[in-house]
Design a protein around this ligand. Structure first.
Ligand code: PGA
Length: 252
């Protein structure tokens, strides 16, 4: 049986002080709700405050990106070792905003994933089609291709530390959500692709989240789908009550 993973993606929101306040408020609200893993992915400068505030709670902390080189002349970048040394457990890689605005490609997503896994981080690997691709009827091909390229050269035994977040780009931050059927179907395509690459056992064990305007109103229906193992949540992860309601949907 796969465990739900409910992960927040704060994007470029919250200061360290706001982070401390948020986690202190959230911790008692989600205490004991252990049918899912609870993760908050926060801006780099908030990590230390988040890790400190989450100590002794069931909230795990992740970063929102990582560089693929170990060290060197890469001004402004952060390595996987830096993240893991301060106690970061997870990292989001390949978010569509990074792909859209910062030139991220499947090749760099793949390199970042390998670097993160080598440093012992758990990866939330994001992929998904843009609106034109869905309208053209090539969603399945797009997500299968991204899955293959993003996981290229990654060993089967490392897959236990990989979560795939299926995020249709047209649904992110737009208030548009994939229907539960669309989410289930496309997460299913990703799972089949993992099966073709690594075998049925690996595909069955793979946690595949849905992301794209998941909120307190639609989480229950989305999470009820057999191929949806959790959520990557942007906007609704910035409010403790909304985020808790999604955690509750995963614990029902
Ligand atoms: P959203 O963002 O929930 O605000 O649509 C999801 C994401 O970008 O991970």
């Amino acid at each position: 049986m796969r465990r739900y993973v409910i992960a927040g993606n704060w994007k470029m929101n919250m200061t360290p002080a706001a982070t401390r306040k948020f986690i202190t408020e959230l911790a008692p609200m989600v205490a004991g709700k252990d049918k899912c893993d609870i993760v908050l992915c926060v801006p780099y400068v908030d990590l230390a405050a988040a890790i400190e505030a989450a100590k002794g709670t069931n909230i795990k902390i992740g970063a929102e990106n990582v560089h693929f080189e170990k060290s060197g002349a890469y001004t402004g970048e952060i390595s996987a070792e830096m993240l893991s040394e301060i106690g970061t457990e997870y990292v989001i890689i390949g978010h569509s905003e990074r792909r859209q605005y910062f030139g991220e490609t499947d090749a760099t997503v793949n390199l970042r994933t390998k670097a993160a896994l080598a440093a012992g981080l758990k990866v939330i690997l994001c992929l998904g089609e843009v609106k034109d691709e869905r309208l053209a009827g090539i969603t399945d091909e797009v997500v299968a291709m991204q899955t293959k390229l993003d996981l290229a050269g990654i060993e089967k035994e490392d897959l236990k530390n990989v979560i795939i977040a299926y995020e249709p780009v047209w649904a992110i931050g737009t208030g548009l959500t994939a229907t539960p059927e669309q989410a289930d179907e496309t997460c299913g395509v990703i799972r089949k692709t993992v099966a073709a690459l690594y075998g049925e056992d690996a595909a069955e064990a793979m946690i595949i989240q849905y992301g794209g305007s998941m909120n307190d109103g639609n989480a229950k229906e989305l999470l009820a789908k057999v191929n949806v193992d959790g959520g990557l949540i942007g906007g609704a992860s910035l409010k403790t009550d909304k985020f808790t309601a999604i955690v509750d949907a995963a614990n029902a």
